[in-house]
Design a protein around this ligand. Structure first.
Ligand SMILES: [Cu+2]
Length: 124
């Protein structure tokens, strides 16, 4: 019985095309979602008494999220710049703080507990 097989083929081909298009569309959408996520959310880790990464570039109005990933150190994150000042106070292990940068400039985020901890933030 080859008849039914032949008559089903065009239908199957169409189905395959529809599925292929669906897969491509979902891949494209996933890619866009990932791109916009990484473009707006900058996670900075405080670990081993360092900021990681130690350098980040933002657009005006974007924020960073500073996470204390050390198990046994309290950290801080402060900015003392003529254009912008911020002070998180203590950040306990596991806690996080969000810092939004409202103006252009080159800023240094420091930890009051560990003076060697430095994060350079370039806002354009
Ligand atoms: Cu610290």
């Amino acid at each position: 019985m080859q008849g039914p097989v032949y008559t089903m083929q065009p239908h199957n081909r169409k189905l395959v095309l529809v599925m292929l298009f669906g897969a491509l569309a979902s891949i494209t959408m996933t890619g866009l979602a990932t791109a916009s996520l990484s473009g707006s959310d900058h996670i900075i880790s405080q670990k081993g008494k360092r900021f990681g990464p130690g350098d980040v570039a933002l657009h005006v109005g974007e924020h960073i999220t500073v996470v204390n990933d050390d198990n046994n150190f309290v950290h801080q994150a402060y900015v003392d710049h003529e254009a912008f000042a911020f002070d998180s106070g203590d950040i306990e292990p596991g806690d996080k703080v969000v810092i939004t940068f409202p103006t252009e400039g080159d800023f240094t985020v420091l930890c009051g507990v560990h003076p060697k901890m430095k994060l350079a933030v370039h806002v354009r």
